[in-house]
Design a protein around this ligand. Structure first.
Ligand SMILES: Cc1cc2nc3c(=O)[nH]c(=O)nc-3n(C[C@H](O)[C@H](O)[C@H](O)COP(=O)(O)O)c2cc1C
Length: 168
C-alpha cells in the first residue's frame, strides 16, 4: 500500500473477527513502531504484547472501552521508559509517532487496530497486570485484530481552512 493511501484510509477498528493474530505479526508491528523518530534517537518506547485471554479480560476490565479489548484477539501495551527519557514532552511525542506507525503498519498488513487512551485512568492497574518494571509508564493500549467484515469506519476531519491557521 502506498504511504499516502495508508494514511488516508486507516480508520480505528473496534470490532474484530474471532481468530488469532500470530505472534510474529504482532512483533512485526512493534518493529515498525520502533522506526518512528525520537529526540536524540533515545527510543523511549517499550511494548508488551498481550495475547492471553486471561490478560485481555483483565485489561478490558480497566477501561470503559472494554468491549473493544474483548473483541480483539490481541493488544499491544505501550510504555514510556522514564529511565530513557530526556524531555517528557518530546518523549511523549515520539511515542505518539511510534503508535501511529503501529496503526499504519497494521492497516497495511490487513489488520485493524484501535488506540485506547481512556485506559490511562487505570494506569497503575495496567502496569501491574503487564508485569513491567518500575519506571515504565503506560502511554496507551492498542487493540489489534482482523477487522470484522462489516466494519466501515468513518471519521470526519475538520476542513483544512479550520486547521491551517496561517500562511506567513
Ligand atoms: C490519544 C488517543 C486516545 C484514544 N483513546 C481512545 C479510546 O479510549 N477509545 C476509543 O474507542 N478510541 C480511542 N481513540 C481513537 C479515536 O477515537 C479515533 O482515532 C478518532 O475518533 C478518529 O477516528 P479514526 O482513528 O478512525 O480516524 C484514541 C485516539 C487517540 C489518538
Amino acid at each position: 500500500m502506498e504511504t499516502r493511501e495508508a494514511i488516508r484510509t486507516r480508520r480505528s477498528v473496534r470490532r474484530f473477527q474471532d481468530r488469532p493474530v500470530a505472534e510474529e505479526a504482532l512483533e512485526a508491528l512493534v518493529a515498525d513502531a520502533c522506526q518512528a523518530p525520537s529526540g536524540l534517537n533515545n527510543q523511549p518506547w517499550r511494548f508488551v504484547i498481550v495475547r492471553s485471554a486471561e490478560k485481555r479480560e483483565a485489561l478490558a476490565a480497566c477501561t470503559k472501552y472494554g468491549r473493544i479489548l474483548r473483541s480483539a484477539p490481541a493488544a499491544v501495551a505501550v510504555f514510556l521508559d522514564t529511565g530513557a527519557s530526556y524531555h517528557r514532552d518530546k518523549d511523549c511525542q515520539a511515542i505518539g509517532a511510534a503508535i501511529q506507525n503501529l496503526l499504519l503498519s497494521a492497516h497495511d498488513r490487513g489488520l485493524g487496530a484501535c488506540w485506547l487512551g481512556e485506559i490511562l485512568n487505570q494506569r497503575e492497574r495496567v502496569e501491574a497486570l503487564c508485569g513491567v518494571a518500575t519506571g515504565l509508564e503506560l502511554m496507551a493500549v492498542v487493540a489489534v485484530g482482523h477487522p470484522a467484515p462489516d466494519v466501515h469506519g468513518k471519521a470526519d476531519r475538520l476542513p483544512l481552512d479550520r486547521v491551517l491557521v496561517g500562511r506567513i
